[in-house]
Design a protein around this ligand. Structure first.
Ligand SMILES: Nc1nc2c(c(=O)[nH]1)N[C@H]1C(S)=C(S)[C@@H](COP(=O)(O)OP(=O)(O)OC[C@H]3O[C@@H](n4cnc5c(N)ncnc54)[C@H](O)[C@@H]3O)O[C@H]1N2
Ligand code: MOO
Ligand SMILES: [Mg+2]
Length: 398
């Protein structure tokens, strides 16, 4: 059996970068940009008024305190000129700074009576309260390099630069498969020896949080039927995620079926708990992930291995997170212990509070955790206050 780190390296070795596609601006949120985005004009594109008030020629400040209001320059109007330097123009935030003016004085610092604006003080400077043309970026500047994750702010840039179509990294086509004759659809009333197939919906939800839409299917514990179904699925999908049928049972057919279908098995068994029988194989660019059937094993392996694969496929660099253990733990097996935790915060520190549970089949307590702490296999005792790597189950649960 190999270590968690070895297994993760193998996964990374077999994750190829996804191709690219052009998609509509409307649906590009949370995708990975596959082109550089350049400005088509200066930012801002004109000297922009930044406060509602009056605009004057600042050279007049030494000479006069009152200014006749010559015109109004509203946002969205073509630039107007100040005809007489002794006058002013009322200006609105977002308007073009009028020609022959260089200083905006907000209404709060002016008294207006009978069409004349009187300044409260003469302490004003050229280009105050203006947002100068090109100060943020010049026409042709690279604003977003390829490989930028499209977040709300990035969408704003795509919009302001007029990108109605966006080149992004393609998402993989993923199918989630449950296995096991004890499993029944969630809408049915299970017989005493049956359970509802919950794992696939956990995986589907976890994928959706990563912006990947995937369908689910169910395959029986029947070698011939599994073989023909998987053969077809491999033609259609880039990645197949399985839950169950990877351990030592008489009907755990996945390892042998994969071999017979010509898949290369790179991982079968990792020194970890839960998720020991985890399986990973490839055929060309197609990948199969066999998550052990117990619910916690399935979800932990999804995050420890599939997410790694997906991030590399999309070109995302994962930044490791760490959290402080809040309780002493003893674990004497030579396995990495993926400990279920619920995080909290204490003076800016992330605290990992272990969630008591009855093992990897305990879905009830899995749902109370928002992360797992990976306690290294070389140690037996883990003390309260020690820092360990943490993996979150949700995108935004820090
Ligand atoms: N002799 C051994 N037995 C087992 C070993 C072992 O090393 N030697 N490993 C144990 C470990 S650890 C795990 S984890 C499980 C993994 O088993 P499989 O991947 O073969 O999964 P199944 O046998 O099909 O099912 C296990 C368990 O999970 C439930 N399950 C499966 N799929 C779903 C689903 N979609 N929704 C809800 N629950 C699901 C299934 O009903 C079983 O209870 O093997 C141990 N055995
Ligand atoms: O490795 Mo299993 O996942 O402990 O239940
Ligand atoms: Mg089994």
């Amino acid at each position: 059996m190999i270590s968690v780190a070895e297994a993760q390296n193998i996964i990374l070795e077999h994750s190829t970068k996804g191709g690219t596609e052009s998609i509509a601006f409307e649906i590009c949120l949370n995708r990975m940009l596959a082109e550089g985005i350049y400005t088509d004009r200066d930012a801002p594109p004109f000297d922009r008024v930044a406060m509602d008030g009056i605009a004057i020629d600042s050279r007049q400040l030494l000479k006069q305190q009152s200014f006749f209001i010559e015109a109004i320059q509203a946002a969205g109007q073509e630039q107007k000129p100040l005809k007489n330097p002794e006058n002013c123009i009322e200006v609105m935030t977002g308007a073009v700074l009028p020609y022959h003016t260089d200083c905006v004085i907000p209404y709060e610092k002016v008294t207006i009576q009978n069409g004349i604006a009187k300044l409260d003080s003469m302490a004003h400077k050229p280009f105050q309260n203006t947002h100068r043309k090109g100060i943020d970026a010049k026409k042709g500047d690279l604003l977003l390099p390829s490989g930028t994750w499209i977040q709300p702010g990035v969408k704003g840039i795509l919009a302001t630069t007029g990108n109605t179509q966006v080149k992004v990294v393609k998402l993989p086509k993923v199918m989630i498969c449950s296995t096991g004759d004890e499993l029944v659809p969630i809408e049915s009333e299970p017989l005493p020896h049956q359970i509802r197939r919950s794992n696939v919906y956990m995986l589907q939800a976890a994928l959706k949080e990563l912006n990947v839409e995937a369908k689910t299917t169910h395959l029986p514990d029947d070698k011939a039927k599994l073989t023909s179904a998987i053969k077809q699925l491999l033609d259609e999908f880039d990645v197949l995620l399985f839950s169950g049928a990877v351990s030592k049972g008489k009907y755990d057919y996945l390892p042998v079926v994969f071999q017979e279908l010509g898949l290369q098995i790179h991982i079968h068994g990792v020194k970890q708990k839960p998720g020991k029988p985890f399986l990973f194989g490839t055929k060309g660019t197609k990948c199969v992930f066999g998550f052990p059937g117990n619910p916690t094993s399935t979800l932990v392996c999804f995050h420890a291995y599939f997410k790694l694969w997906l991030n590399q496929y999309l070109g995302i660099t994962l930044i490791p997170n760490y959290a402080y253990l809040t309780k002493d733990i003893v674990f004497k097996k030579p396995l990495t212990n993926h400990l279920l935790v619920k995080t909290s915060h204490d003076n800016g520190k992330t605290m990992a509070n272990p969630i008591a549970n009855s093992g990897s089949g305990d879905l009830v307590h899995l749902a109370l955790a928002n992360a797992f702490l990976s306690l290294p296999s070389e140690q037996d005792e883990f003390k309260k206050g020690e820092l360990y790597p943490i993996t979150y189950f949700h995108q935004n649960s820090f």
